[in-house]
Write a protein that binds this ligand. Structure first.
Ligand SMILES: Nc1ncnc2c1ncn2[C@@H]1O[C@H](COP(=O)(O)OP(=O)(O)OP(=O)(O)O)[C@@H](O)[C@H]1O
Ligand SMILES: Cc1ncc(CO)c(N)n1
Length: 499
């Protein structure tokens, strides 16, 4: 027999007809990690994003028939065990594991749903405890860990880690301790075995889309482990994926309670999240930092000193001359005529319109600025030119996008806040970037980036995100250079017009 092209992973779990938890979630998690998914149903659960309405547990002889139907025929590379429901089910699964033990056994000791509904009979807890001995990895949340040990739920992360160590030592398993139930800005997890504790940090996503996170995570780890050298590597990868899936959950618009995560958020070609939406979220911190810069605040409320504004404009003119070349490169690499024309127009526009804004300003001020490009300007231009020289069309489009988007975003917000621009000292700048036409060009640039991202593999998409993020960081540094006083171009008076 030839080697299998995909890892064959089995879920033994309950159902969720809304597709967010149980075997439904597990199969999506398996697919998201390139595995071939299979499922044996332990219990039929009438549930949705609000909670559990009813549970039906078929006779265990039927469970045995399902389990044997799979393992009599298929090599199972890994199994993930989720909701068991009753003691008889837990015992039946334990008995199957003694007969057929796949090389990787992950046990998610499901006891209570995210909604707070019980998914395990009270008298079945000790049967689940017995199952722990059959598992390689057990993935309790804080309350489940307490139940497995017969101790109260830990109230601090330190106590939880201590409990996890005890479970790992006593049962001879690796424990993936999940911190989803903690308060605070982080949602840490820890991989704990008899000798080591590896903490995995992740930001807590502010969302209600957390239904089925535990199912999805344990399934992802089961799918990854056969192809990863150790638990920590598999869990780290699964957790990074899950954080993205949680962040993308709300956009699915599934249900009005605690919604599911988007298991396929990172799968290119599935029309999942557009690149631009992912990229914009990815740079949320940089955008917040940008809004907070003294320069940007001063520009927005008009309190910025004219000298400083001119200094920025001078550097910006130097920047735009090079940016134009990078837009021309995007035009050159484009295969669609519409994209080719769009970026060619952009290259021309930034030489004509924006440079005119700069020249009017600097000439009106009665003096010219001179001097070389600053460190910040040079760094940003060098990044863009490097992507233009070595990157594909998709990467070039991602790299040029922040220059449209951050300006359109700031421009539109300043315009909305100011209302009437007639007394704003920088109305020409705000008018240029707050203009609906500039917003439309930005939307077009996003659409071209999204279209490009749909045609590329995961590696190029990651490089697109890196190029976009780096450009955003340079945008922030570019605005901040005036305050930082880096590389000032000295004003040179020209003639008698100076005020
Ligand atoms: N708001 C959040 N932001 C980021 N990660 C989260 C969030 N909520 C949960 N997680 C992560 O999701 C995973 C599942 O954690 P949790 O402790 O909620 O498990 P669970 O209670 O078994 O899940 P379930 O909701 O499926 O019952 C963990 O990796 C946890 O850190
Ligand atoms: C079937 C099933 N398993 C696990 C959970 C935990 O979220 C759930 N809600 N439903």
């Amino acid at each position: 027999m030839s080697a299998a092209s995909r890892v064959r992973v089995l879920s033994v779990a309950g159902t969720d007809p809304t597709g967010g938890a149980g075997v439904h979630a597990d199969l999506k998690s398996f697919a998201a990690h390139g595995a071939y998914g299979m499922a044996v149903v332990t219990a039929l659960v009438a549930q949705n994003t609000h909670g559990v309405r009813a549970v039906h547990v078929p006779d265990v002889t039927f469970l045995r028939a399902q389990l044997d139907a799979v393992s009599d025929d298929v090599t199972v590379d890994a199994v993930k065990i989720g909701m068991l429901g009753t003691r008889a089910v837990a015992d039946e699964v334990a008995s199957w594991l003694t007969r057929t033990r796949p090389p990787v056994v992950v046990l998610d000791p499901v006891m209570v749903a995210t909604s707070g509904d019980r998914l395990l009979d009270a008298d079945a807890e000790h049967a689940v405890r017995a199952l722990v001995a059959h598992a390689d990895l057990v993935t309790p949340n804080l309350p489940e860990l307490g139940v497995l040990l017969g101790e109260p739920t830990a109230t601090t992360w330190t106590d939880a880690v201590r409990q996890a160590r005890r479970l790992a030592r006593d049962a001879g398993v690796t424990v993936l301790l999940k911190g989803g139930h903690l308060d605070g800005d982080a949602s840490p997890d820890a991989v704990v075995d008899a000798t080591t504790v590896t903490e995995l940090d992740a930001p807590r996503v502010a969302t209600t889309s957390t239904h089925g996170t535990g199912c999805s995570l344990s399934a992802a780890v089961a799918a990854l482990r056969p192809r990863r050298p150790d638990w920590v590597t598999a869990v780290r990868e699964a957790k990074e994926w899950l954080t993205g899936a949680i962040a993308a959950g709300e956009a699915l618009a599934v249900g009005s309670g605690r919604g599911p995560v988007d298991h396929l958020h990172h799968a290119p070609g599935l029309g999942a999240r557009p690149f631009s939406a992912e990229a914009w979220d990815h740079v949320a911190d940089l955008r917040a930092a940008c809004d907070d810069l003294p320069f940007v605040r001063g520009l927005a409320d008009g309190t910025l000193r004219v000298e400083e504004f001119e200094q920025y404009l001078y550097q910006d003119a130097l920047y735009l001359a090079q940016y134009s070349r990078v837009l021309a490169r995007a035009s050159q690499l484009a295969t669609e005529p519409a994209a080719q024309a769009f970026f060619a127009r952009g290259a021309s526009r930034c030489l004509e319109v924006e440079t005119r804004l700069h020249e009017d300003r600097l000439a009106r001020a009665g003096h010219r600025w001179s001097g070389p490009a600053s460190t910040a300007t040079t760094a940003y231009v060098d990044h863009l030119l490097a992507v233009a020289a070595t990157g594909s069309y998709a990467e070039v489009v991602a790299a040029v996008l922040p220059c449209y988007w951050l300006y359109a975003d700031i421009g539109a917000r300043v315009l909305a806040r100011a209302g009437d621009l007639s007394t704003h000292p920088y109305r020409d700048w705000v008018g240029t970037y707050g203009d609906p036409e500039f917003a439309a060009a930005t939307a077009d640039a996003c659409a071209f980036a999204d279209a490009a991202a749909r045609d590329v593999g995961a590696g190029t998409r990651a490089r697109m995100l890196a190029a976009f993020t780096t450009s955003c960081a340079h945008e922030v540094a570019f605005f901040d250079q005036v305050r930082a006083g880096a590389g000032r171009g000295a004003p040179v008076a020209v003639g008698a017009a100076s005020a």
